[in-house]
Structure formats: structure tokens, C-alpha cells
Design a protein around this ligand. Structure first.
Ligand code: THU
Length: 135
């Protein structure tokens, strides 16, 4: 998949739309994610909170787990939209890293403005990964 300005926009727009479905009654911090697979699909995720707080899940990991459960393991980019342009948490960085550190990460605010464009290897230097387990 060649990343183009149009595809960037589509990913951010998809994450913005997904964010509307976030279930975040406790934090009031809805997050939307859009994960681009090597096959050209865009798989969305939202944060899903719970009254038993630690059992909630971040948008990025929901997107990864959805994608993997649907047979996708190669990812090119992820767009993450929050109200204020917050960046993926450490746990999400780790989960994403399992599938490749060269992932493009687009971080956008609630208006869909990209506030930071980076890569996973920049977000998680020195990552522990499959190679450490001989995989
Ligand atoms: N959250 C995400 O969905 N992704 C992140 O990378 C950061 C945090 C969610 C978790 C929780 O539902 C809310 O944002 C506030 O932490």
C-alpha cells in the first residue's frame, strides 16, 4: 500500500468516525483508531471502558486484536484520534510492536488535524520483541 495524502486523510477520517462509537463514560476521553493492513483494509478500534476500571481496553489494541482475529498480521499505518492529540500508551506501543516497528503512526486531534506523524520504532526504542524469543 503506498501512503498518499489521500490515504492519510482517509485513515484520520475513519478514526474520527470510529471515535464516535467509543465507550468512555468514566474518562470522557473517547479514542478512535484506524489500522491500515498490508492488504489495504482499514480496521477500526475504539476504547471500551468498564465499571471495573482496569478491564477496559484502548482503541489501538481493540483495532489490533480485531485485525489479527480476522487474519491480518501485516500493518502499514495506524491513525489515532483523541480530543487533544494524545499519543498511544505504552501498552499499545508494545502490542503494535509485535507486528513490526516500521509502522507509520498518525496522531490527530478531535478536529482531525495531524499533530504528530511518527513511527513505532521512534515511539518504542529498544523494544522487546519476537526476536528476543528466537522468533
Ligand atoms: N486510551 C486509548 O484508547 N488509547 C491510548 O493510547 C491512551 C488511552 C483510552 C483508555 C481510557 O479509556 C481513556 O483513553 C483514558 O485513559
Amino acid at each position: 500500500m503506498k501512503m498518499t495524502p489521500e490515504l492519510r486523510e482517509r485513515m484520520v477520517h475513519t478514526a474520527l468516525e470510529a471515535r464516535k462509537l467509543a465507550y468512555a463514560p468514566y474518562s470522557n476521553y473517547p479514542v478512535g483508531a484506524a489500522l491500515l493492513t498490508a492488504s489495504g483494509r482499514i480496521v477500526t478500534g475504539v476504547n471500551v471502558e468498564n465499571a471495573a476500571h482496569p478491564t477496559g481496553m484502548c482503541a489501538e489494541r481493540v483495532a489490533v486484536f480485531k485485525a489479527v482475529s480476522e487474519g491480518e498480521r501485516k500493518f502499514e499505518a495506524i491513525a489515532v484520534v483523541t480530543g487533544n492529540g494524545g499519543s498511544p500508551c505504552g501498552a499499545c506501543r508494545q502490542v503494535l510492536s509485535e507486528f513490526g516497528l516500521d509502522l507509520l503512526v498518525l496522531i490527530a486531534d478531535g478536529e482531525g488535524k495531524i499533530v504528530w506523524e511518527t513511527t513505532l520504532d521512534q515511539l518504542l526504542p529498544g523494544a522487546f520483541g519476537p526476536a528476543h524469543l528466537g522468533k
